[in-house]
Ligand binder design. Structure first.
Ligand code: GDP
Length: 174
């Protein structure tokens, strides 16, 4: 049995639903939250990917440090995938995704011009007062190197597993 260990980052502005997302995703599975010396928590979820492969997903939540926007390189080091999240009812959290993605690309220490697989998540899609039109989300996704985007609702448990599955699949296919 082959086991993959995938460090995946969850970034985006404060209050968009990142911790709720991580909690929802790992809920019901054996997991522990570790307090790292760098002040970032991560949670673990085991996936039985196929008959021959297991995947240990290590989700790094920025845990309230969004105010620094510019995270230390230690946080990004070794990451193989990333979730960039915004709140559909908060257009400023959407506009900031550009900066989050750039910060990631600058710090993930990859060869210039390359990037780790990134998925853009439009969270709180259960709320009716969307502040960001769907076509803008799609354009932004294409223009900024995300391999896909999805509308999620952590509240209604919509597209949480699907989003992570799609990200893990993208990572493993590289
Ligand atoms: P973080 O700061 O990005 O980690 O955000 P939190 O996970 O702390 O969530 C911020 C607030 O948004 C909390 O009150 C959550 O209950 C709420 N929230 C998170 N996801 C959703 C969602 O999908 N729909 C709605 N309506 N509220 C959500």
């Amino acid at each position: 049995m082959k086991e993959h260990l995938l460090k995946i980052l969850v970034i985006g502005d404060g209050n968009v639903g990142k911790s709720s997302f991580v909690h929802r995703y790992v809920n019901g599975q054996f997991n522990r939250t570790y307090k790292m010396t760098v002040g970032v928590d991560f949670s673990v979820k085991m996936l039985h990917w196929s008959d021959k492969e297991k995947v240990r997903v290590q989700l790094w939540d920025i845990a309230g440090q969004e105010r620094f926007i510019s995270m230390t390189r230690i946080y990004y080091k070794g990451a193989v995938g990333c979730v960039v999240m915004f709140d559909v009812t908060d257009s400023s959290s959407f506009l900031k995704c550009h900066q989050w993605k750039q910060d990631l690309d600058n710090k993930a220490m990859l060869p210039k011009g390359s990037s780790i697989p990134c998925i853009l998540l439009a969270n709180k899609s259960d709320l009716s007062h969307w502040a960001v039109p769907a076509d803008r989300i799609e354009m932004f996704c294409k223009a900024n190197g995300f391999f896909t985007r999805m509308a999620t609702s952590v509240k209604d448990n919509k597209n949480i597993d699907e989003a992570m599955r799609s990200l893990v699949k993208e990572i493993l296919s590289i």
